[in-house]
Ligand binder design. Sequence first.
Ligand code: HEC
Ligand code: HEC
Ligand code: HEC
Ligand code: HEC
Ligand code: HEC
Ligand code: HEC
Ligand code: HEC
Ligand code: HEC
Length: 464
Amino acid sequence: MKNSIGKIGIIGLILLLTAGIASSFAQSQYPNLGQKELVIKRGFTQDALNCIECHAKKMPGTVEAWKSGSMAHAGVSCYDCHVVERTSPMANQCEGLKGTDTYISPMVSSKTCSRCHPGEVEQFLKSGHAKLASKAVMDVSKIGGKLIKLQYHYEGMGFIDNPDMKLDGLTPKNMPAYNRASRASGCQMCHGTQVEMGPDNKPLYETWPGGVGTRYPDGSVGTCTVCHTRHKFDIAEARKPEACASCHLGPDHPDIEIYISSKHGQQFLTHGEDWKWDSAPDTWEPGDYTAPTCAVCHMSGIGELSTTHNINERLKWDLMHKKSVIRSGERGDGEKGDKLMRKVCANCHGSTHTQVQRTTLDNSVALYNKYWDGAVKMKKELSEKGLLKKDAWRDGFQELMYYLWHHTGRRARQGTAMNGPDYAHWHGFFQVFQVYQDMEEIYNYRLKYNKIEELSHVMSSGPL
Ligand code: HEC
Ligand code: HEC
Ligand code: HEC
Ligand code: HEC
Ligand code: HEC
Ligand code: HEC
Ligand code: HEC
Ligand code: HEC
């Protein structure tokens, strides 16, 4: 572990010392704390022991998971992560604490982790996994109607429940009541949203728990456990592609599908069981594995690169929005990203091979952008002639245009970027081309007859 002292800070240092004592007593690499009372009593205060002992009876699954992780062995317990100041906007008391002056919260954000892991949290907060991820799924935000419209009208929230909701001038206070189940069960579980508190100082049920960019009532952002699942907080887990797969999948960003069908995924599927997954932080290198996982390319230290929790750092292009541009500003630094990603490949491939891959990605982006520019041109003309419906979901042309970038176009671009030929072509460019031709047909029809066709036929032929 590089900079271990700097990374975990003073509290961590004390705990590490405690851990040293604990493990010499335990005399095994992964002691089972349940069987080693002595270890617990050495490492934990009486207050911390109270939480553990009662929860071991009342919530055994949680305590068992925590015991199996390395932080438990280092003396980090429920008390360190869940106890909050009485004045915290999240302060509450569980059944076992009623009548005491100890307050807890079921919510634990990256801010708590930053007490001992400031470096990781700082990197994370600069990434698209933090604020940008939840911005897309917030009820009301200053950046405007666009994203809100996306949620309410375009992607299923409140569509039946609140079809005529006016979006202009909405604030969290004057927001009409509506059923948020679609967000709570979908968008929110991947992206996270702003947690709202109820009168009992518990989170409202349709705002928590949430995904990677969850925004907490105390202003902090981010749920670290999306990759290091609670309560084991495992580094090996986060290195496996499954850690990303619960979110990076499906028709609109099939990253796990692309990976599994790539040569790298083939290696993982056939040899992954023999790979060494639990090397110390920043020492996990080729040899421990023979082909990269998601983490190797996007996060882990490899060769001269150090581990980063900023997943934007090694990216050149924005491959998720309507038009692909080189990353800048809050999305990262694309020119630098290009150089860093090439350094990843250089550990296992020669410069000729890598240059071919990078050029093909640039060319795929250019090809896709050409389709997109053509679509924008057609749409502009239709709009000027009054040949677009106001509700995009009832308009075949606009519906297809959504699929062009959001589904087929992303598959083409990301399939190329991560070397999955089936997604680059059959689920990607082949369907980009088909969708585009259908859009041209509608465009020509509308111009020829100066009217909008009667029915949208998209959902029967659309590329799902
Ligand atoms: C290293 C920090 C850490 C430690 C140690 C820890 N937790 Fe947690 N706990 C978390 C995080 C992170 C979450 C998820 C919070 C979120 O999504 O907002 C969580 C969530 C929870 C929840 C609420 C979610 C649910 O499933 O009901 C409970 C209950 C809980 N922890 C109990 C415990 C108990 C009991 C212990 C001690 C055995 C413990 N935790 C130790 C970080 C920790
Ligand atoms: C005497 C038993 C007992 C003690 C001591 C105790 N708890 Fe609990 N705790 C429970 C029970 C039972 C629940 C589940 C019911 C509930 O949520 O209140 C719970 C729930 C929780 C939750 C989830 C709360 C929620 O709203 O979902 C957290 C977090 C938690 N405890 C943390 C702690 C911490 C930290 C300590 C030590 C400072 C502690 N508990 C001490 C019994 C106890
Ligand atoms: C009170 C200090 C403290 C807090 C708070 C804390 N950690 Fe840790 N964490 C440690 C220490 C100490 C270690 C080193 C354990 C070791 O070397 O085995 C560690 C190790 C880790 C590891 C590496 C585990 C491995 O398998 O090597 C991860 C991942 C981790 N912490 C995540 C978190 C997350 C996520 C949070 C917040 C929810 C958090 N930590 C909060 C002290 C803390
Ligand atoms: C299965 C997890 C998952 C669900 C459910 C989900 N998303 Fe996403 N979303 C992602 C991932 C992963 C990306 C990043 C895609 C990429 O890089 O290509 C993303 C990207 C986005 C983006 C583009 C990035 C940005 O910040 O501009 C928006 C907007 C978005 N999602 C909104 C939503 C909304 C609104 C919902 C619900 C109606 C939703 N998502 C449901 C996982 C999900
Ligand atoms: C997108 C997945 C992901 C998220 C989210 C994530 N981690 Fe990690 N984390 C990883 C991976 C992968 C590694 C292993 C890096 C390597 O191979 O050495 C890791 C390693 C760590 C380590 C071991 C030391 C190090 O830096 O390598 C700590 C501590 C840690 N993470 C803490 C956190 C904290 C705190 C958060 C929340 C701010 C967090 N992680 C969020 C994937 C993630
Ligand atoms: C809990 C869901 C979740 C998990 C797990 C997850 N991600 Fe993400 N990821 C997202 C969402 C949501 C976005 C879109 C962020 C935005 O709106 O910009 C995203 C975006 C990204 C991006 C694009 C960065 C950008 O500009 O936003 C990369 C690269 C990425 N994730 C890699 C990973 C890797 C690698 C892992 C596993 C080690 C992983 N993610 C795990 C939800 C997740
Ligand atoms: C061989 C290395 C490699 C592996 C393995 C890999 N990726 Fe990627 N990934 C890339 C490259 C290269 C890009 C495009 C980078 C650029 O723009 O220069 C990319 C792009 C992405 C993006 C798109 C970001 C955007 O702009 O929308 C996401 C999301 C992503 N990867 C997630 C994942 C996930 C999840 C996995 C595992 C299932 C994974 N990656 C596996 C190399 C890899
Ligand atoms: C840890 C080693 C490792 C890293 C890092 C790595 N690869 Fe690979 N890659 C492999 C192995 C092993 C194969 C399978 C070779 C074979 O087909 O015999 C492979 C195959 C490929 C293939 C399939 C074509 C072929 O040569 O068979 C492509 C394309 C590819 N890699 C691109 C990349 C790119 C681009 C990067 C960097 C973003 C990268 N790889 C990073 C190990 C790696």
